[in-house]
Write a protein that binds this ligand. Structure first.
Ligand code: PEP
Ligand code: MG
Length: 879
């Protein structure tokens, strides 16, 4: 029998034990080692969490036993007794996973209080108010977290009491009020649960630890994990720590601190605190906290010590820290530290500064920025011109930067629903809570009435890169009437508002946005990424505008131009439809003749935007149904254009109906049936290249890509048409232009016969969207409907269309790489499915040895950084 240790004292661990102790636990242990004043305690490991689930959601006896022993140790260290008749020990219970999951897991403070210990505490501290305030908080948190009785029930009871007394602030309730409140809370508890509030501290503790483990699997945590690539199998640890009290009176307080400004990155401590309060008061945003500079006036010595510890921690971790602290009767304690979440702007500034300060190497700095965050830097800001008329209707805190505009939604559920129907919304709340996560993800921006820069809304929005204005106290939100009042104007759910997350301004109208400018730290940081990485980054782009954008973002060429996307426009779709429904070669050629000049003009624009960078242009790959006319008026118009009977056209449309268009007549199959399409596209690609070479002196080597190949003979058939057409055009031009012909690997059969296909294909581009669809056998358009059941049941943890499935789809990529290189050692290899812009997938493709990834323009910087990180973690030889 193995003898595992499930509980570690803070004195037994260190920062390297993050996997076992979770981030918080490992850092508490590390801080203990550093001699920072922290209340002592212990960590119940992530392995205990996994065991809890493996044992069918039961906390094993041996774990309970270890908890008891550790508790005895804490009693000894603190000289206090858990449940004691003198000097009672109270503890906090907090979750702490390997990666921090803000607001997703639950905290319980003041555990160990009961009807007796509360009296002891009151007597020993001579502060009855404090004792009962702590007790009522504990009941409330325990009921909420462990027993799932909603917090608001207790808040209502408290609000009633304040109303009856005619007071506004919690602090205006005296000891007797709080005693009465405790009585009412317990009464409510026993009515709601049919059992008394537990008086045995040990039972309270075991129940709480279990509840933290249970909360690892709540729906909010599951959503957050999927969004942040955190595997379920990691589990969470639980930290049990002796309580210190920030609510013991006016020489006590509590706060949250960042060693640098998490919004701008400025190298200046950013902290907020409240006197006579417990931690939740600061984060919950119910009272608005003070800036830390005030503390220097109130308690200069404590302030000096605070500043010095912050400095020590930042230097030790060599990164910006996010800390919680408490002052108990003039004595300072740190309760936790972790690498702080920050905005993308701040992340870049901090990274560049840390290198300049000599605290980090470039490689370390590169690893500290989450590639997904770069995305937020690149999103639109308000159009200056449109801002001229914009009226500021209110101002809050600039909690998370960016610009957002949308109609008002009052609840998270509503926001989600309206967004699904295609609306853009701003989620407006008094304050947000973890239940709001899905609505927050869906919304363009978040506006809250209460809360500081460290409130839930602010922290979560910053992490997601969603624009957020918090603590906007001047607006009045009436959730029942569904109105927002700003000044004397009333806004409803049909009104637009706009948020500027960098200034905190709220505007009472829809405001146009513009593409962002990037420079400064971004440029410096990205140049480091480019120095390091070996994987090239191209873009998927179908227009000159997007191509220019992508080039500005650092794209090294185009990895995929989807030519069918060029025909969705109102002015072009008729020609495309004509081509599809043509029944004779002549009729089709007529339609293709209309398309040719359009294609050529598009390609010329793209080549010019690329300024000589390579371009892979893919032949038509439309699921046909996307193009067929469905409206009577369109059908009549098309019939008229084509000089045919409406009924005949309808018959053709019916005959083109496919049961499964995604597996139907698309991709290269279209060109097999209608070679004249391949001919026309070759002509457009080659002629455009010749013309741009001549006009602009750009050396263009077009890459013609044949989609959805599954069999080498298919490839050869179309390639022969391409080569014949291209060679004759080039010959006629008298020029000497090179080009290459390759294929996409999107069908499992192509992957496993890649050695054969490579005989004909000069390059492979992995179309991992289709490859995922065909490997799993579920439709990329429909899977969303049932995948959520798979997430819930932990069959899949991630959407395989977002993050490549390395074991299955990834294995096919590896096989194709190996086979392709066997036939053609210098074969060029890339990926152009959505996965090319997903950081963990980029890492996989780097490891697989691909030459490049290709992704949408806005994700190019993200991919550049992900590629650099992959090289730092898994070095590959530079070619
Ligand atoms: C793919 O299948 O991965 C791909 C890039 O092609 P499309 O998304 O156009 O099918
Ligand atoms: Mg495809």
């Amino acid at each position: 029998m193995e003898n595992k240790q499930y509980v570690y004292l803070f004195t037994e661990g260190n920062a390297k034990m993050k996997n076992l102790l979770g981030g918080k636990g490992a850092n508490l242990a590390e801080m203990t080692g550093l001699g920072i004043p922290i209340p002592q305690g212990f960590t119940v490991t992530t392995e205990a969490c996994n065991k809890y689930y493996n044992d069918g959601r039961v906390l094993a006896q041996e774990v309970k036993e270890e908890i008891r022993k550790a508790m005895a140790n804490i009693e000894e260290v603190t000289g206090k007794t858990f449940g004691g008749q003198t000097n009672p020990l109270l503890v906090s219970v907090r979750s702490g996973a390997r990666a921090s999951m803000p607001g997703m897991m639950d905290t319980i403070l003041n555990l160990g209080l009961n009807d007796e210990t509360v009296e002891v505490l009151a007597r020993e501290t001579g502060n009855e108010r404090f004792a009962y305030d702590s007790y009522r908080r504990f009941i409330q948190m325990f009921a909420d977290v462990v027993m799932e009785i909603e917090k608001k029930n207790f808040e209502h009871i408290m609000d009633h009491m304040k109303e009856a007394k005619g007071v506004h602030l919690d602090t205006e309730l005296d000891a007797n009020d709080l005693k009465e409140l405790v009585r009412k809370f317990k009464e409510f508890y026993s009515r709601a649960k049919g059992q008394e509030f537990p008086q045995d501290p040990e039972e309270q503790l075991i129940e709480s630890v279990t509840a933290v483990f249970r909360s690892w699997d709540n729906p909010r945590a599951n959503v957050y994990r999927r969004l942040n690539d955190i595997p379920y199998s990691w589990g969470t640890a639980v930290n049990v720590q002796a309580m210190v009290f920030g609510n013991k009176g006016e020489t006590s307080g509590t706060g949250v601190a960042f060693s640098r400004n998490p919004s701008t990155g400025e190298d200046k401590i950013f902290a907020e605190y409240l006197m006579n309060a417990q931690g939740e008061d600061v984060v919950a945003g119910i009272r608005t906290p003070f800036p830390i500079e005030e503390l220097n006036k109130q308690m200069p010595e404590v302030y000096q010590q605070f500043v010095s510890i912050v400095d020590t921690l930042e230097k030790h971790y060599r990164d910006m820290q996010d800390m919680e602290f408490t002052i108990e009767e003039g004595k300072l304690y740190f309760l936790q530290t972790r690498n702080g979440k920050r905005t993308a702007q701040a992340a870049l500034k901090i990274a560049v500064d840390l290198v300049e300060e000599g605290l980090n190497t470039k490689e370390e700095a590169l690893l500290k920025v989450d590639p997904k965050q770069l995305d937020t830097l690149l999103h639109p800001a308000f159009d200056e011109a449109a801002m001229q008329d914009a009226q500021v209707i209110a101002q809050g805190l600039p909690a998370s930067p960016g610009a957002a505009t949308g109609k008002i939604a009052f609840t998270a559920a509503e926001a989600k629903e309206r967004v699904e129907k295609g609306e853009k919304v701003i989620l407006v709340r008094l304050e947000t809570s973890p239940e709001d996560i899905e609505g927050m993800i869906a919304a363009e921006g978040i506006l809250t009435v209460r809360g500081g820069m460290t409130s839930h809304a602010a922290v979560v929005a910053r992490g997601m890169g969603t624009c957020c204005v918090a603590g906007c106290g001047s607006i009045v939100v009436n959730e029942a009437n569904r109105t927002v009042k700003a000044g004397d104007k009333l806004y409803t759910d049909q009104d637009y508002i706009s948020l500027d997350g960098s200034t905190g301004n709220v505007y009472g109208a829809q405001i146009a946005t513009v593409d962002p400018e990037i420079s400064g730290d971004f440029g410096t940081f990205m140049s480091w990424a480019d120095e390091v990485r070996v994987l090239k980054v191209r873009t998927n782009s179908d227009t000159p505008h997007d191509t220019e954008q992508a080039v500005r973002f650092g794209a090294e060429g185009i990895g995929l131009t989807r030519t069918e996307h060029m025909f969705f426009g109102e002015d072009r779709i008729p020609a495309m439809r004509e081509m599809i429904v043509s029944r004779t070669v002549e009729a089709r050629k007529k339609a293709l003749d209309k398309i040719l000049p359009m294609q050529k003009a598009d390609f010329k624009g793209i080549y010019e935007a690329l300024e000589g960078r390579p371009a892979t242009i893919r032949f038509l790959d439309p699921p046909l149904h996307e193009f067929l006319p469905t409206h009577e008026s369109d059908i009549v118009a098309l019939a008229k254009d084509m000089e045919m009977e409406v009924q005949d056209l309808k018959d053709i449309i019916t005959s083109l109906h496919e049961f499964n268009p995604m597996m139907g007549h698309r991709g290269c199959r279209l060109a097999v049936t209608y070679p004249e399409i391949a001919e026309m596209q070759t002509r457009a690609i080659i002629e455009a290249a010749l013309e741009v070479r001549k006009e602009k002196g750009l050396n263009i080597v077009p890459e013609l890509m044949i989609p959805l190949v599954g069999e080498v003979k298919e490839m050869k058939y179309i390639k022969d048409i391409v080569v014949r057409t291209a060679d004759s055009i080039i010959k006629q031009s008298g020029e000497d232009m090179k080009y290459s012909v390759g294929t996409m690997i999107e069908i499992p059969r192509a992957a496993i016969t890649a050695d054969e296909i490579a005989r004909e294909a000069e390059f492979f581009s992995f179309g991992t969207n289709d490859l995922t669809q065909m490997t799993f056998g579920f439709s990329r358009d429909d899977a969303g409907n049932f995948l959520k059941d798979y997430y819930e049941k932990k069959i899949y943890e991630f959407d395989p269309f977002q993050k490549v499935d390395q074991t299955g789809v990834g294995r096919l990529v590896e096989i194709a790489v190996e086979l392709g290189r066997k036939t053609r050692p210098d074969i060029k290899l890339g990926v152009c499915g959505e996965h090319g812009g997903d950081p963990s997938s980029v890492e996989f493709f780097h490891k697989t040895g691909l030459d490049y990834v290709s992704c949408s323009p806005f994700r190019v910087p993200l991919a550049r950084l992900a590629a650099a990180q992959a090289q730092i973690k898994f070095p590959r030889e530079k070619k």
